[in-house]
Design a binder for this molecule. Sequence first.
Ligand code: C2E
Ligand code: CA
Ligand code: CA
Length: 486
Amino acid sequence: MSEVAQLATALGKRWGLDRALRDARATLAQQVVQLEQQAAELAANESRALHIASHDALTEAPNRVAFQRALAERARRPGSFAVAMLDLDRFKLVNDTIGHLAGDALLRAVCGQLQDAMPAGGMVARLGGDEFGLLYDTTGETAALATANALVAACSTTVTIFGQSVRGAASIGLVVAEAAGANDPCRLLRRADLALNDAKRHGRNCARLFDHELDESVRLRQRIEKGLSHAIERGELSIAFQPIVSGSAHEVVGFETLLRWDTQEYGPVSPAIFIPIAEESNLIHDLGDWVMERSLMAVKRFPGQYVSVNVSPRQFRRQNFVADVSARVQRAGVDPARVQIEITETAIFDDAEGAARTLDALRALGFRIALDDFGTGYSSLYNIRTFALDTLKIDRSFIEGMPRERESLAIVRSIVHLAHSLGLNVVAEGVETQGHVDLLRAAGASHLQGAYFSIPVNAAQAIGLAHRRWLAGMAPPLLARTGTDG
Ligand code: C2E
Ligand code: CA
Ligand code: CA
């Protein structure tokens, strides 16, 4: 009996052990499967991570890291190739006016167009924002430029986004790396970037090839920047005043203040050259503050006229701009109604909401606000109607064209008409002849400015002009130019 019992116990143990072993095997098998799954997942994750690290999430195109890697790799191989930087024109405007989703859709659409237009084996990478990098093999500069022009054309298609049609436009700067050249990727990128800036300066929507003069012009810009940084302390700056007269009685209502720079090294340098350079560096803030201080000092000596001060987009967007000018007028004891701020549309449209707030604040303090160079950019009366503006200054290119071209005259007429219906004053700039005066009078322009009345003059001459009237047909421009006490 005890033997039977012992056997039964032994068998029971054995079965128990067998079951445990079976269970352990099953668990192990399950763990192996799990491990294999995890390994596969890890591998997938790793390739996904690699993809994410080298691709742009929005367009799925290779990103900056991938572009730099491809460029470095290409530079080690023989044969000529082109490196290009592409930038969408006025992309911020699309983002700000139609919205970020539209901006994203435009980026994706343009990226697709570029990939379709890119020759086989070439690369389209999104470097960030609205900037793309392009890399393709080529036989030489002519062929490379032709490809770049085709790529620019590919971007200028109209995309319909949320029922709104948006026309894409792009600028390209490119450099061709010769097979035998020393092709440092960083230098190639810098040169493509210089060529891109050149393309943007020359009217956008085009492709420009790098050329060694660009390096030269960079050096010139650096020299100007350096000189400008000492201009205030060296006393090389001054201000010129140009009268703005009423359209009917030709009375002087205000003076635009225009900065002048007379250098020891190169003689006078035009603001059309040094202002853009100052704007690209922080120098514009010191220059702008200096101009504002001098303008406020000058306006106190004018018998009632206002000063119209040019303010660059960067100054205007400065955080404390309103507080700063308001403190300055207070300190100077000048009524803000005697200060007009001249801004350009770039100042408004790069950040429409911020600009609207700044303009409202300035208006509330009593400043006048003028929109300069109207008609040259993208703004229309429709999209400026909500901003707190007092005056539109019609760009002088229209005034100049008026006697010859019907369109210029028609444009001036309709700007004047619509501006008046919005309660805005209109200053016609660059009025040079009696013919201009007559046409502008007929068109109903409320104010005129230009060499016909007076070129920009110094403060003493301006005070002399302040009481002057120009009777129709009685003011030969030469007489006006001499001023009265200068
Ligand atoms: P702007 O604001 O459009 O100034 C008008 C320009 O037209 C001035 O050139 C003026 O001298 C010129 N002008 C005036 N009447 C006539 C005319 O009848 N015919 C012609 N052909 N030209 C005329 P300027 O003084 O060389 O200034 C060029 C630009 O530099 C200005 O264009 C403005 O954008 C900028 N600028 C000048 N001073 C300042 C400043 O203090 N601050 C800022 N931010 N920009 C300034
Ligand atoms: Ca101006
Ligand atoms: Ca102007």
